[in-house]
Design a protein around this ligand. Sequence first.
Ligand code: CUK
Ligand code: CUA
Ligand code: CA
Length: 610
Amino acid sequence: MSENKTDRRNFLKILGIGGAAVAAGYVMPKDILTSKSKGIAEAGTSEGKQSHEVLPGQLDDYYGFWSGGQSGEVRVLGIPSMRQIKSIPVFNMDVASGWGITNESKALLKGRFCGDTHHVHGSYTDRTYDGKYLFVNDKLNNRVARIRIDYLETDKILDVPNIQGIHGLFTQRFPKTEWVVCNGEFQVPVPNRAAADQKDYYGIHTIIDAEKMEIVCQVMMDGNLDLAATDYNGKYSFATSYNTEKGVTISEMLAADYDALYVFNWDRIKKALNDKHYKVIEGIKVIDATKGKSGIVLEIPVAKNPHGVNVSPDGKYAICSGKVSPTCTVVEIARLDDAFNGKIKPKDCVVANPFIGLGPLHTTFDGRGNAITSVFIDSTNVKWNIAKAIEAEKLGEEAKKKNPHIVDVLDVNYQVGHIEATMAETKEADGRWLVSLNKFSKDRFLNVGPLKNECEQLVDLSGEKLRLVHDSATYIEPHDCIMVKKSIIEPKVKDRFNMFENPLAVTESGVVRKGKKVTVKLTANAPVFGLQKVDLKKGDEVTVIVTNNDEIADLAHGFALSNYNINFVVAPFQTKSVTFKADKPGVYWAYCTNFCHALHLEMRMRFIIT
Ligand code: CUK
Ligand code: CUA
Ligand code: CA
């Protein structure tokens, strides 16, 4: 715990406030901050008792979809085992699957093989996941990708102009996902051409058509736009802003006492588009909502430098996590219309500001009226009751000081970022499991050198108290995840591709030469490729198209060409292609890289280049 104290001191130093100042300004009951996994739940309350063990041959109950952070990928985990089952390459190169090597993936990646994925969210129908798509942001190169759930592969990547640091991303929940929103965390000039004064830097809320993967419009704001959420009625999207100051240094970004939770009114956005109240910038319709002048965006003041925003599964509350303030802000969504119509002030939408702990970042839900908030500096998960927080707010300061909303406090190891409960972002939040995605692992695993793994902890959420049941090491740095019950995903996932969805699909092998351009069509059937030998001339531009004609589930073939840096895998009925210059004369073996048959090692053929 001594290291935790150091982190805490450093954090306070950055904020320019001493511990005493924080203690004086905020209610910080000692019993909460020092509790060791005991919490302050009333005597007699129960701990969760589910077993998280998944025995050999048994399957998990939930699909976990994890962002991969700097890896640029998305990962699939089984919950509660926390076993990683698949990596889905998205913005990265993945040699094991050939992503970034094949023509098909290169066409999506356009030469950029780095990404920074933070937020993965599913498509919805009627407020729960429909098992069709996943969407994920690339904070680095400002892209949004779509993953098809039937194949669990990336099928579209959209470049988003006018925006930098695409961070928060969320999908429409009702009636179904037609729109996906994403936020620009870094303000930049729009268009971003020449140097401009920092006062002319803007944050951009982007709306994407989920089916077409095209940009519907962008809403231009003064403040930056960090995390995102949508409501449960298809009416609003939300964005937290920690830099309403338009600062470019950390002290400037911390200057104001209040920042904002922005609420975007979708009817008014549609109206602005209809009325042509936009400018076209870089080919995109950009609606100007700066200086609060558009009526499209409601600015709810929240304590300085907030972080996450999450909407409760009953659709009633948007909860903004304080980060620099030890509180959460509870916004009642039913009041937003009145605020948009000027009947009440934006701040009157706030119905509670409960104390949580030092450094609240993200909130999730158990579907039984409780929120669970991650607290970075304290290294805790705090379970609290939303109704009790609202009630205490009404009763006033004395009632609030007793913190009647706090149900339990769990120490986690260490410094938690996101937390997520099973199905928590849907109307079907079931309160079974919680994962705490901790940013530091410190002493939780065998020491692997200065660069340590992160630590993700599984928590039994079924009881009154939070029960830590499992530590899981993860490679840096998943930020966020969702956990979807398997009955939604499993029936959608296919065992083979629809072969003729790809017009290149090969059913008969052969070589076609047109001048220097050579097309090699190859079938792959265990344990042979459709050709034994291909004759080429130095300087030929060769395109190899491989179709795996084995329809048997789990029977994948690889195609690797020695010394030509070509290596990819084709799943049953899948087709992939690659184009290369035959610039090295000699005999080059192409071989199958995936152990597919007793004669897998013999599954090879020659490319003879003269
Ligand atoms: S952010 Cu990383 S801990 Cu990108 Cu969702 Cu909050
Ligand atoms: Cu095909 Cu190994
Ligand atoms: Ca600020």
